[in-house]
Write a protein that binds this ligand. Structure first.
Ligand SMILES: [Fe+2]
Length: 158
């Protein structure tokens, strides 16, 4: 049986998109080729200059392995938390954004969800354009983030 799923971004006037989940592998053939990659842990791999000024990033090599389709990195937040720098309401123009807490904790406010503290082992999906604010994080906070596409815009609202 064919299963169709309607995906619609209600904030945009574009047409509805129907996806046949049974053909997802075929659909993926429209993506650029992917190559095998592995990234082992290295403290030296964390660098600044990423999206967030208050974090360092360890790129996991997925951007080049997917020809720019997917970004995956470990974020290490720089202590101490400073609300005046970090707590700016914003959203990301993405197709997919998944996060997983590896160390410490981080507190957010998400539009329609309220305040949530993510702990080690917490995994969350930030649907495209969900408005959110980082309210606090522990000195040792580390998150894994996976985003499509690899390059995306962040819109700051205040
Ligand atoms: Fe964000």
């Amino acid at each position: 049986m064919t299963q169709m799923t309607e995906v619609r971004d209600k904030s945009s006037p574009g047409p509805n998109i129907s996806i046949n989940k049974n053909n997802i592998v075929e659909m993926m053939s429209a993506w650029p080729p992917q190559s095998f990659t592995v990234s082992h842990h290295s403290d030296q791999a964390f660098t600044g200059g990423g999206l967030r000024k208050f974090a360092t990033y360890r790129d996991l090599g997925i951007i080049s392995a997917t020809n720019g389709m997917v970004r995956a990195h470990v974020m290490r937040f720089i202590p101490p938390f400073r609300a005046e720098e970090v707590s700016r309401r914003h959203y990301h123009e993405v197709a997919f954004q998944l996060l997983y807490c590896l160390k410490g904790w981080i507190k957010y406010e998400f539009e329609g969800q309220g305040e949530i503290v993510m702990h080690v082992g917490s995994c969350w999906l930030e649907p495209p354009k969900i408005k959110h604010t980082v309210l606090d994080y522990s000195d040792d906070c580390e998150l894994l983030e996976v985003v499509l596409p690899a390059d995306f815009k962040t819109i700051t609202l205040e």
